[in-house]
Every structure is written in C-alpha cells, then in structure tokens.
Ligand binder design. Structure first.
Ligand SMILES: Nc1nc2c(ncn2[C@@H]2O[C@H](COP(=O)(O)OP(=O)(O)O)[C@@H](O)[C@H]2O)c(=O)[nH]1
Ligand SMILES: [Mg+2]
Length: 220
C-alpha cells in the first residue's frame, strides 16, 4: 500500500462568510481557517493547501470572483453558504449555485452552515418540540417570515420559548421543522433532526470533500 499522508485543508472567504460555522458543521477540526480575503491594505492569504473550501456569504462579489479565477480547479470546492437568505425557497439557492458553478467552472454547494452545525452538535429538546407543536398550525407564512414576527409578544403567551427556539434553530430551522410537523404531526424527534440535517445541504458537500480528501491522502 502506498503511504498515506494527511492532506491540508484551508477554509477561506471574506470576513463573516461563515468559515468558522462551516468548520463546525463539517467537524473539520484540523482545517485551517485563513484570515479573511479582501481586507484593505492586507494581502490575501496564501492558498496552497491540498484542498480549498471557498465560503461565499450568499453571493460572490468582484473580489471573490477575481480570487476564485486564480485557484486550482482540481483542489477547490465553493460553498454557497447562507442559502437560507437566498430567495424564498431552497430551489432558489440551488438555481443560484448552478448559475455560479457554470460562471466559475467550479463545483458549488448551497449550504446553511448554521443549521448543519446545530444538527451535528445539538438535539431538539422537549421544550423545543413543545414550542414547535404549539405553533404547528399557525399560518406560515407570515409566521416565519422574520425573527420579529415569530417572536412577537402578542402572538401567544410563550414569547420566551419562541425566542429560545429561534436562538437555537434560527428562522430557517424553525420554518423547516414546522413544515415537516405539519405534514407529519407525530414525527419522532430523530427523524425531525434528520430532516433538518438534510435541509442544511451539508451532506453532498461532506461526501465530495471526503472523496477528495481520500484521493489526496493517497497522493492522487
Ligand atoms: N443566516 C445564516 N447565517 C449564517 C450562516 N452561517 C453563518 N452565519 C452567520 O454569519 C456570521 C459569521 O459567521 P462566522 O462563521 O463567524 O464567519 P467567518 O468570519 O467567516 O468565520 C455569524 O453570525 C453566523 O451565525 C448561514 O448558513 N445562514
Ligand atoms: Mg471565523
């Protein structure tokens, strides 16, 4: 067997693109988060790892495009993060990712890193589930159109429970969970978590990253 080596992974992108959150969502303990790109007066980080994850916060700006054009296509995966903020439904994010992939000529994965980080590390508590069940049949939208609407004090006598749910699962997670519960009111927690995990889009990225990591480890 050829000797295995440990490939280096760098996670890069602009400030607040979601690099740290993505590392948590993928459990990439050994990945190196670079300093942010496109900082006035500071050179961009050197991107020379075996695998590069380029994180975009919902869209690519001119600086992203300039840098992405210089990166090695065989070592670069693009993460279209904050997919929950693109359009109004998942297909909008998927369409944006496809358009970007053909523009950049690189694979692009739409992801909601915050949700994926939660489904990886957290669980739905009984309190979360009770709050969701209480609001399962409220009209949605508008309920989950904004944090303020969902947390409105006069909606029901449980504003604190709703705020706690939002803190833990964010609007996108709450909205997905309510939709799932509306279709299947008796859904067990385990399946509900699995649905939320799928809704984060993290799995296709995880699989491709793993595939490339293994290939790099044996020096292909
Ligand atoms: N709506 C939304 N916010 C996100 C997502 N991923 C990260 N964020 C938020 O974006 C902000 C910056 O995230 P962070 O991981 O610290 O970005 P970094 O500076 O690139 O490391 C934080 O407030 C995150 O909670 C996402 O998928 N959706
Ligand atoms: Mg960070």
């Amino acid at each position: 067997m050829p000797p295995r080596r440990t490939p280096r992974i760098q996670v890069t992108g602009r400030a607040r693109a979601g690099k740290t959150t993505l590392c948590r969502a993928l459990s990439l303990l050994a990945a190196e988060e670079t300093r942010p790109i496109d900082r006035p007066g500071r050179p961009n980080p050197t991107l020379d790892a075996d695998l590069l994850l380029y994180v975009l916060p919902g869209r690519a700006d001119a600086a992203d495009r300039r840098l992405l054009a210089t990166l090695p296509p065989d070592r670069t995966l693009v993460v279209l993060n904050k997919a929950d903020a693109i359009g109004v439904r998942w297909s909008d994010a998927a369409t944006a990712a496809e358009a970007l992939a053909s523009d950049l000529d690189l694979p692009v994965f739409p992801v909601v890193a915050t949700l994926a980080a939660h489904t990886r590390s957290g669980t739905l508590t009984d309190a979360d589930l009770n709050t969701l069940r209480r609001h399962r049949d409220d009209p949605d939208p508008p309920l989950t159109l904004s944090h303020d609407l969902f947390a409105a004090p006069d909606l029901a006598p449980d504003p604190e429970a709703r705020r706690a749910l939002l803190d833990r699962w964010d609007l996108h997670g709450v909205s997905c969970a309510l939709t799932a519960l509306r279709h299947a009111p008796e859904l067990p927690v385990r399946l509900l978590l699995q649905i939320l995990h799928c809704a984060s889009g993290i799995d296709p990225l995880h699989r491709e990253l793993h595939r490339r990591y293994e290939a790099a480890a044996i020096g292909r």
